[in-house]
Design a protein around this ligand. Sequence first.
Ligand code: ADP
Length: 262
Amino acid sequence: MAEALRQSQKMEAVGQLTGGIAHDFNNMLAVVIGSLDLLGRRLGDQDLRAKRYVDAASEGAQRAATLTQRLLAFSRQQPLNPEVLDPNKLVPGMSELLRHSIGADVRLETVLAAGLWRTHADRNQLENVILNLAVNARDAMPEGGRLTIETQNAHFDERYASSNFGVRAGHYVMIAVTDTGGGMSPEVMTKAFDPFFTTKAVGKGTGLGLSQVYGFVKQSGGHVKIYSEAGEGTTVKIYLPRFVGEETAEAVPSFPELLRGE
Ligand code: ADP
């Protein structure tokens, strides 16, 4: 419990710091991207060499914008557009994209629970999160393997919530992504959600995939948990609040509430 509290406080502090920077960067990049666009149009086809420089600068600025978006997601400052979602429809709807992203050597399996509840979440962000998890799974299985996406209803009772820091009692929809890859060491597990933490080669990983997952799930009022052992594969379970009413989800705690352990 004390370790979970420490970890949460660390994530909160890092989130506030990166969120502030990402927010300012986002605004500055909007000016850069907009100006480059105008410059590119003005140049037209008159000066192809200059146009190439403008295109290269534009591409760089777009990459930086994607990165700041992921940081905003981590710091829970991403504007969300929640809608009522059935994960049993959303996951199969992604299968083509997922198959393309994991390649031919990884087999995709889906295990969808009968009678699954619905949730209230941002569709694009949730799809992004599932894709991030699938890409990590693929990277953990360079020789191929199996990627399983499972859905399930979940209920955390008060006893479970009070002995698991950051977990709020209630009903959730779980989406679990499991791979048969190399797994994580305990050291990697404690840092996996940190922004910019990566064990991948330069240019291969940004260290922002799981940070984005963490931020999105927390901002949506849910929980995320990693189960992994070196050599044994990895499961990442995300829990999103069950949708119960017309416009609200059952459990959407704010972070200060979580910190107080309410
Ligand atoms: P990135 O994928 O860019 O490295 P992430 O934040 O998504 O950034 O992941 C951080 C680190 O966590 C990875 O570099 C890797 O060491 C570890 N990791 C994430 N997912 C898995 C997985 N499915 N299996 C093994 N290790 C993983």
